[in-house]
Design a protein around this ligand. Structure first.
Ligand code: ZN
Length: 372
């Protein structure tokens, strides 16, 4: 599995300037190459290399950085060739092991710039430091709020998947972030509170519409996302640890189903956005993989309408968003909990449709990068 380690660089002022100059020159070069690609309808990395290499070298772009420029532009056109790609001056730029090398013991990294190589210390979390032992291939040079980072791609060993004969069903709801089939409720109360306060503030700022109001709005969104991410990390860790400790697999609803349900409950969409669901799911999946816990995706149809006691399926079983009451046998309970029980059982009964979605963790290709 591939995960990304975030590394904070500590350049001297001179090195900072050199890195910034390199990033800006590389992105300028990307725009130039993109222009050629667009004009001549040539989008392959090697074809662009042939067409533009001499020009880039004449601009003072070192050969090995030029190669990355072609890769970035070609990558940009991979999915869509109908619009011309443009690159922001401080957009993330992909480097590789020819341009970046580490001394992990001393926590020093050597990075290529336009004119030379800059050796500087870096800061990293313990967890990310462990990941770095498996570092390989690409990294992104990222410039955010005046600070340089490397987002380094790392290979992580996956232990063999444990044999299981039971499943912990997990229902990701709206009222509760997640409920498992043991009856544990992961509530987003504090998250909801934060979101509510933010929503009020957001309205005010939107009404203002000034430049500073827009800046504050952006800041607010970032704050909210970081908070939701922390919550998702905690919940996913808890769920995976529990499944591991009790020698069970984890059963989730098929992603398509979750998305549909979120859309259906339009009124609550403001409370928890769909990216947050996707993120929680992604976190559960990768943490499970790291611990050898099996994850199964089940058909989400009627999970919240089926009575776990008598099997009666009826829309009327779901009295309200919170309450389940079987119209046939009278069995009742918390709706999200009933759903999680059904999800867990479905995984056990159906031929497991192992959720082996290969998620591309690389930030350039996936809007939601997985950073550790
Ligand atoms: Zn029933």
């Amino acid at each position: 599995m591939k995960l990304i380690a975030r590394i904070k660089l500590q350049p001297t002022p001179d090195q900072h300037a050199a890195l910034l100059q390199t990033l800006e020159a590389a992105n300028t070069a990307c725009n130039q190459v993109s222009e050629v690609a667009w004009q001549r309808r040539v989008f392959g990395q090697f074809a662009l290399h042939k067409l533009c290499y001499t020009d880039l070298r004449a601009l003072g772009i070192p050969a090995n950085i030029a190669v990355r420029v072609f890769a970035k532009v070609a990558d940009g056109y991979k999915l869509d060739k109908t619009t011309k790609r443009t690159f922001k001056p401080h957009g993330a730029f992909p480097f590789n092991d020819r341009l970046v090398s580490y001394n992990l013991k001393k926590r020093i990294v050597s990075i290529a710039t336009l004119t030379s190589r800059a050796k500087m210390p870096f800061v990293i979390s313990d967890h990310a430091a462990k990941l770095l032992e498996g570092l390989h291939g690409e990294c992104d040079v990222v410039y955010r709020k005046g600070v340089f980072y490397l987002y380094q791609c790392c290979d992580v060993d996956e232990p063999p998947i444990d044999d299981t004969d039971g499943f912990l069903g997990v229902d990701m709801g709206v009222a509760n972030i997640a409920v498992d089939s043991d009856g544990t409720i992961f509530q987003g109360k504090s998250m909801k509170g934060v979101r509510y306060r933010h929503r009020q503030l957001r309205r005010k700022l939107q009404a203002k519409g000034t430049k500073s109001a827009r800046r504050r709005l952006k800041k607010l969104a970032g704050k909210e996302q970081r908070f939701a991410k922390d919550v998702n990390h905690v919940i996913s860790k808890h769920i995976v640890a529990k499944a591991k400790d009790t020698a069970r697999g984890i059963a989730l609803e098929d992603l398509g189903g979750i998305r549909k349900r979120v859309t259906a409950r339009k009124a609550q969409r403001a409370t928890l956005s769909s990216w947050s669901f996707f993120q929680l799911r992604t976190f559960i999946e990768y943490k499970a993989k790291l611990m050898g816990v099996k994850v199964v995706a089940v058909d989400p149809r009627n999970t919240s309408r089926t009575c776990p006691c008598c099997g009666h399926i009826d829309k009327a079983n779901r009295k309200t968003q919170d309450k389940f009451l079987c119209v046939d046998c009278g069995f009742s309970g918390l709706a999200d909990y009933i759903a999680s029980v059904n999800i867990g059982r479905r995984a056990l009964l159906s031929v497991p449709n192992v959720s082996d979605v290969d998620i591309d963790f690389y930030p350039q290709r996936q809007g939601q990068a997985l950073l550790l």
